[in-house]
Design a protein. Sequence first.
Length: 242
Amino acid sequence: MAADTPLQPKLIKGALVEMSERFLGPVPNVIIFQFNPAGISRGFEAWSPEEAQQGEGEAASRSAATAQPGDPTETITLSLILDATDALERPDSHPIQVVSGVADRLSALELLMFPQEDSLLGALLSGAVSAFGGSVNLSVAEARRGSVPITLFVWGINRIVPVRVTSFEVEEEEFSPILYPHRAKVSLGLRVLRPAELTDHPSEIARELAKGAYAFTKKQREVWGAANLANTVESIMGMLPS
């Protein structure tokens, strides 16, 4: 597309969506990528039949070599750039960034690796009940303490998968006078969670959303894999003598 063309494609930004109850009850915390990473790396860990082999002998070996109990483990690595420069140029519109730089977004990413405790809303209501001498009947569904929240990795409409953050590294630079970073580069390692790994999560809503996202993305993979049949037919025809 020419540079002077007024119609420009709309850029869809990736995001990480934390489905937890650590803040104000069951409200997703959406961390939109300020800049989409230039690239991501993906890999699949093959299932090892030797580890699951139950019997001995040639028959058992053949069975273990051809059977696979579930989907392979998928891993994703990516790097995110956080930058508060534009916000600092418009301080009236971005008061939080003026004070903290990128500390708010950085903290939201870091919390993806931390287990949940009592939600802020639950703590506030508990305090209100105590103030009334326990006479007010208020209750909030609390997330199970110690559980790591389910996170959705959203990369367009073709890849929405539940993940667990397995590694986190950050490089901070250009600090404010009170030493909040204005720039940071975050390297994330993610492991895609399969449906069987989601069955014990305490939040039913988060659990079902995560399973649905996984199934949706897997179905798209199957559809595009089937679409490759057209290329296969074309390749075979090209191999035939004219």
